[in-house]
Design a protein around this ligand. Sequence first.
Ligand code: BTN
Length: 326
Amino acid sequence: MSDLTVLLYFLSDGEFHSGECLAAELGVSRTAIWKQVKKINDKYSIKIESIARKGYRLEKSLQFLNQAELISKINDNQIIHQKNVSVLLECSSTNQFLLERINKNQLDSHLVVAEMQTQGRGRRGRQWVSPFASNIYMSLLWPLNISMAEISGLSLVVAISTAKALQSIGISDVMLKWPNDIYVDNKKIAGVLLELRGESNSPCHAVIGIGVNVDMPKSSGASIDQDWVDIKNKLNKTINRNDLVAEIIKQLIQRLDKFSQEGFKAFIDEWSELDLLYGKDISIDGHMTLQKGVAKGVDKYGALLVESSSEVHSLYSGEVSIRKIH
Ligand code: BTN
């Protein structure tokens, strides 16, 4: 654990701690504590206040992601070992962390969660805003015994799993916007970024990245260029992020096995129950011939069905949005 992590853990209760006590606990000088506090204030979105004669205090209490808690809550054979779960204070991107493991031929299933991403990535080259200790940034490396050619629909299955986990903590009106955005009250609450490695006709490895807005600081939220919502606003309370990560993993692992065996067709009903676009007029961005139509659900490969000029087309990629009819 780095010095900064240890200091943050000591301060995580949101109470005052004197510089003297912290210095004694960490075995460093009071000046070293002061320097670490400054580093945290410069680097992370959460701030430590310093009051004469009282000491240092985090602006709000924090419940950190915790490896032991995650492992005991996930309780799944394939991921239960300590070596298969990494909890990081920060990284560039949790997806990148796992892609680097694949490059080094470390191909076992692996879960990584981080308190902060410095280069969090979203779909279509977008940035994923990833402030410190506020949200969930998680990725799962999963070997799949199917080829890349057979993998269409997997990202929709990940979105379904995330939606089910959100339902389990009381967000009953969660919806899915094709292909893999998770929405509440017409605002995005979570997103999925799937990256695949392997040859086209042999078993491949999936890096499944999931970001969930839990308690987005206002300053960070202001830089997001689409409508968003977080769990704190939706439920009017904070949640333990370890519980939600574990629930997402449980929902996901049970579906990944089924997906490997049966493909996306086994999930059409679950998708239909959560489909935000069904029956809506939509605009399509990034398609050669189809610019608009009416969404008609998904086919057995996870392609979006779009009715236009009395014909139904299958859309395999592209960005869609609900048309505002004036
Ligand atoms: C989207 O644009 O909707 C996809 C967002 C995916 C964000 C997650 S956060 C964890 C993982 N690491 C990343 O860099 N991106 C994904």
